[in-house]
Ligand binder design. Structure first.
Ligand code: HEM
Length: 132
């Protein structure tokens, strides 16, 4: 990732923070629409899950310029996901739901450059998680 891309992701995420609750709702609604088979993998009550997802994203975004510092945590997250029964293929619909959510949440601020930068972030995280 270039420093410009890190900047784009961090600045755009700042705009998501005030609407984090709505963004998490949008994200899981979208995920369960495009990959309904994932619904049963999550608890019935998604409140805690939504908070954890936004917190993890915030940590990743904050530390993008020093990704190596969070690599061990991302690897552990990847191993836990294997334990939840998550397959490598399932990272694609999750990534698609994330980009869709950002597009809805950010509107015109979700420029092609911002989308490309987020795609890199997600691909990097998913890559570390699946290879862990
Ligand atoms: C970059 C990608 C992802 C991130 C950052 C992420 C983040 C998280 C976090 C922070 C948790 C809380 C539990 C923990 O820390 O172990 C979690 C749990 C979980 N995630 Fe993910 N996740 C990602 C990808 C996926 C994918 C691809 C799936 C596939 C459907 C998935 C399904 C789940 C499930 C089933 C749980 C456990 C729910 C429970 O039993 O409480 N995640 N995820």
């Amino acid at each position: 990732m270039t420093p410009e891309q890190v900047d784009l992701v961090q600045k755009s995420f700042q705009k998501v923070v005030p609407i984090a609750g709505t963004a998490a709702d949008l994200f899981y609604d979208r995920l369960f629409e495009i990959a309904p088979e994932t619904r049963a993998m999550f608890p019935a009550d998604m409140a805690e899950q939504k908070k954890k997802l936004m917190a993890m994203l915030a940590t990743a975004v904050t530390n993008l310029h020093k990704l190596d510092t969070i690599l061990p945590a991302v690897k552990e997250l990847g191993k836990r996901h294997k334990g939840y029964g998550v397959t490598a293929e399932q990272y694609a619909p999750v990534g698609a739901a994330l980009l869709w959510t950002l597009e809805k949440g950010l509107g015109p601020d979700f420029t092609p450059e911002t989308k490309a930068a987020w795609t890199e972030v997600y691909t990097a995280l998913a890559g570390v998680m699946t290879s862990a």
